[in-house]
Design a protein around this ligand. Structure first.
Ligand SMILES: Nc1ncnc2c1ncn2[C@@H]1O[C@H](COP(=O)(O)OP(=O)(O)O)[C@@H](O)[C@H]1O
Ligand SMILES: [Mg+2]
Length: 163
């Protein structure tokens, strides 16, 4: 059994969503996998754009809905951005997702739940929810290390904020 830990991030607006993305970008290493879920417009691509900027991607990051996977050059490592909403089993086999997950870069998967059985067992899951206007609640689950430990750090940060 993998160690798991959970955290909640309250974003009052885009800037706080970006703040979480920057934190996670700082902690990311080659092979890091972030699994994003949440309704259309919840902010998965917005989060991914802030993350990409934080790891030094200079290119414009768009939603890869039709291409499924886009590769970007980051400063320290590549960034693999997936949107698996339209991914078929056949395409998944052809693309060889493991080459990305266990590759040189960091991967973000939008609509990750749709391919849950293809995801690596260790990953950070982020579930984005509308919370009125520009507010979002981001439910985070770290499965395995280092992701469970990341949740512990996020929880400590939250406690300090509330003191
Ligand atoms: N706190 C927030 N976090 C993320 N996006 C936000 C936030 N507040 C407003 N937005 C807006 O909501 C929309 C989210 O769209 P997008 O990131 O494409 O969602 P998704 O990829 O989940 O479908 C964008 O227009 C973004 O500017
Ligand atoms: Mg999107």
């Amino acid at each position: 059994m993998e160690t798991t830990s959970e955290a909640i991030w309250h974003a009052a607006g885009r800037e706080q969503t970006a703040e979480l993305a920057r934190l996670l970008a700082e902690w990311s290493r080659p092979g890091t996998v972030l699994a994003l879920d949440g309704d259309l417009g919840a902010g998965k691509t917005t989060f991914s754009q802030a993350f990409a900027a934080a790891i030094g991607v200079k290119a414009v990051v768009n939603s890869p809905t039709f291409t499924i996977i886009k590769e970007y050059e980051g400063l320290a490592m590549p960034f693999y951005h997936m949107d698996v909403y339209r991914l078929s089993q056949e395409e998944a086999d052809e693309l060889g997702l493991d080459d990305y997950f266990y590759g040189e870069g960091v991967t973000i998967v939008e609509w990750a739940r749709l391919i849950e059985e293809l995801l690596p067992p260790e990953r950070l899951e982020l579930f984005l929810e509308h919370a009125g206007g520009d507010a979002r609640v981001i439910r985070i689950k770290g499965i395995g290390e280092p992701y469970a430990a990341w949740c512990e750090v996020l929880n400590e940060m939250g406690e300090q904020k509330n003191e």
